[in-house]
Ligand binder design. Sequence first.
Ligand SMILES: NC(=O)c1ccc[n+]([C@@H]2O[C@H](COP(=O)([O-])OP(=O)(O)OC[C@H]3O[C@@H](n4cnc5c(N)ncnc54)[C@H](OP(=O)(O)O)[C@@H]3O)[C@@H](O)[C@H]2O)c1
Length: 429
Amino acid sequence: MVRVGLLGCGNVGGALVQLIADRGHEIEARTGVRLELAKVAVRSIARKRPVHIDEELLTHDAAEVVSDPGVDVVVEVIGGVEPARELILTALAAGKPVVTANKELLANHGAELFEAASAGGVDLLFEAAVAGGIPIVRPLRESLVGEEIRRVIGIVNGTTNFILTQMTEHGTSYAEALAEAQQLGYAERDPAADVEGFDAGAKAAILGSLAFGAKVVAGDVYHEGISNVSTTDIDFAKRLGYVIKLLAITELVEVPDGPAEVAVRVHPTMVPVSHPLAGVRDSFNAVFVEGAAVGDLMFYGRGAGGDPTGSAVLGDLIDAATNLRKGTHAEVISLVRRPIRPIDDLLTSYYVNLDVVDRPGVLRAIAEVFERHGVSIRSMEQEDTDDGARLILITHEAREASVQATLGDLRELDVILNITSVLRVVGSD
Ligand SMILES: NC(=O)c1ccc[n+]([C@@H]2O[C@H](COP(=O)([O-])OP(=O)(O)OC[C@H]3O[C@@H](n4cnc5c(N)ncnc54)[C@H](OP(=O)(O)O)[C@@H]3O)[C@@H](O)[C@H]2O)c1
């Protein structure tokens, strides 16, 4: 029997309690481990909960759960940095394995926690922290540990994927799609963490750490959200054979005469419709892994919600319990410092939408600006508008700094009426 101390019993904690109640016998039959809920810390004991919990198990005092000698394994599903960090460090120092779903904590203090787990010789498992119910942490940590991973691209925020899907498939405006996401409970009343890319940024940091064994924290991640994506952008993307997705991208970039750099970023991106990520709709998540030997892999499923996330926590809990019984633990994660690639050095293709005056010599003037900064144009379309013409350009791979310099000079040209939008493009060169 393994006695579980549960910190937090909200969406995820509640789903976990229900799953243990429903599947406990089957789990015991299959693994030989009987999971027993020993203590549950919550903020409000009086709150009505959708799951049944013996009142004697409930406490306000999370520290008491961690220090209780009757608790063998700690599950942290409170969220946020403190007191979660302190509680987890205390549990690990006491030799108790910890399972957590806390992306914010891992993306900011991962290295400290991994070191504490290593020092305590116990498990720190966190499958649910990235893409909820989708197994991606364990594949990166175990199955792909020998693989040379080149790039990981994720749709790791269900709220923004839902909004972009509504805009793409129903022509809904950003504001309407956001209101619908809020009505359905996909988006918070203050949606900034999702729509401005902070949540995806935290997950990108964890993915970068796991894929490249590097210390990557949330503050290293360049991020742009989707609040400026318009239905016009979506329509042009469609016409050109793309869909717009909010992608978390992390890759290892070789640098001549220097150590390889980790590039890690989140931004709205044009993805060719033929790419597997283009078909990931609604609130679903997916993580696409490009490996040197294994090739392309995609992991797809529910990135949030009590049950999917609870399922991922349960898998980790069984793993931790089984390891505890055997007196072992999972391979320790050790992270090295690697330089983070500045966003200015990003190499990618760009989509640029310009409103221009319609007169001879305009194209030449614009082409000269691109040429001056070494940005090569791969394709261009022109169409008439009421007050001039619209140019839609896709570049070959170019440096971010060169593209920004190009845009700066374009703004100075009197033939440019407006730079309507600029988006990065993946998988087209
Ligand atoms: N929800 C998802 O879909 C999802 C997906 C992936 C990862 N996660 C992660 O899972 C974690 C939990 O998320 P959630 O959605 O389950 O959150 P939640 O519904 O807000 O639940 C939080 C729980 O923690 C309890 N709590 C808060 N502060 C506490 C304290 N100081 N001491 C003791 N208990 C405390 C709350 O008690 P009361 O119930 O009394 O208020 C509540 O039971 C977060 O790290 C989140 O990022 C969630």
